[in-house]
Design a protein around this ligand. Sequence first.
Ligand code: ATP
Ligand code: CA
Ligand code: CA
Length: 428
Amino acid sequence: APLVGNLIGEEHVNYVLMYNMLTGIRTSVSRCQAKIRRPLAQDDYDAANKYSFDIVGNELTPSAKYDFKFKDYAPWVFRELREDFFLLDPADYLVSLTSKYILSELGSPGKSGSFFYFSRDYRFIIKTIHHNEHKFLRRILPLYYDHVKTNPHTLLSRFYGLHRVKLPHGHKIHFVIMNNLFPPHRDIHETYDLKGSTVGREYPEERARENPRATLKDLNWIHRDKTLEFGPEKRALLTEQLRRDSEFLKKLGVMDYSLLVGIHNMRRGNKDNVRSNTLKVFSPHVPAIRRKPTQVKGPGSPDAVAMRRIMRESDPKRLGSTTLRLPEEDTTVERQHFLFYQDEGGLRATDEQNDNMDLIYYLGVIDILTPYNTKKKVEHFWKGLSADRHKISPVPAQEYGDRFFSFMKAIMRGGEGGSKFLSKEKVE
Ligand code: ATP
Ligand code: CA
Ligand code: CA
């Protein structure tokens, strides 16, 4: 939901991390972007470019406020994904992520411990990911690339970059940059995260009433008797794409992914939400890209200077704040080229005559980097003791994909409906 995140000022515990992420992205992406395009080679998938940042700077990296190391994975592959398939303007991408270093944070909305950061124009999300997810994405990158190439209208998360920050004490943080499914210019009135699993998949309804921007789950959808309102044309297209995407995910052997559904009700417009919102943001001081003469250790050494600066700048009284207004118009222009994102950045509901209705859906398949591994098998065993083994979230990838796809078909208009799906018994 829009802008429920905390804003990252310099006093924030994750400020340094965010600063390092954005400085790293700015440097590595502009370095790759400055080169002339060439066809991809096989080893571009395994490539990892290293950068080392410090207060002094060198020929490869500008001086930065803090010491850290940065890795840019498969830069040429992601560049091609961004430019050729996701149709992002390279300058836009850089500006959105780095121009003023302003992001808001959505602290770990899931159980996984990942953090989410929005770019200040709300178009991109940085998600910190577990080392296993990182390794997995690197491994499947050629397959992901092929899938996106042959399925330009895929509903899967659009990955724009994969990076790592390493802090001086050795701690490594991996993260991806991906599309924010929700648009900067429209309120989302209801959000659902749907898996096709029906055990424990309910956000308490009493809490949902107090917090209309909570992410609801499968059982809320079923109990509220919701339907994806699409006429025959859009229904057929969406079903076909979901079929291909879930077949692909089965082939990868992943599970635990979901269809994220945001609903904008055009009759309600943008009035009752924070989006009319002016977002309060902080502007940290962006360091100029210039080189400094190397200094020796001592009170004037880079370390000491950096330390003093960090301490000075982390004084909350020194925080500058600005107000940012999100746009009224759709700024995600590239989305117009994509079938399922072409109506105001989403997919407009239609009736049985394929005529427009007053709802816009924002849809995408998210959290696609979890293989069905030993840990998930153990979860499958234990959860399966006290609940229907076929309705719990951890099931093998084949079964997960089939169930996911059947559920999505069931909840589209004309399908058997969510409650039928719920009551069906699977015979062992
Ligand atoms: P877990 O593994 O416990 O499910 P996670 O940390 O892997 O959690 P996700 O499932 O990826 O997190 O996402 C959690 C929530 O963040 C989603 O339900 C959704 O509300 C929001 N979210 C995730 N990805 C996007 C996206 N691309 N666009 C908009 N919102 C998103
Ligand atoms: Ca998830
Ligand atoms: Ca996850």
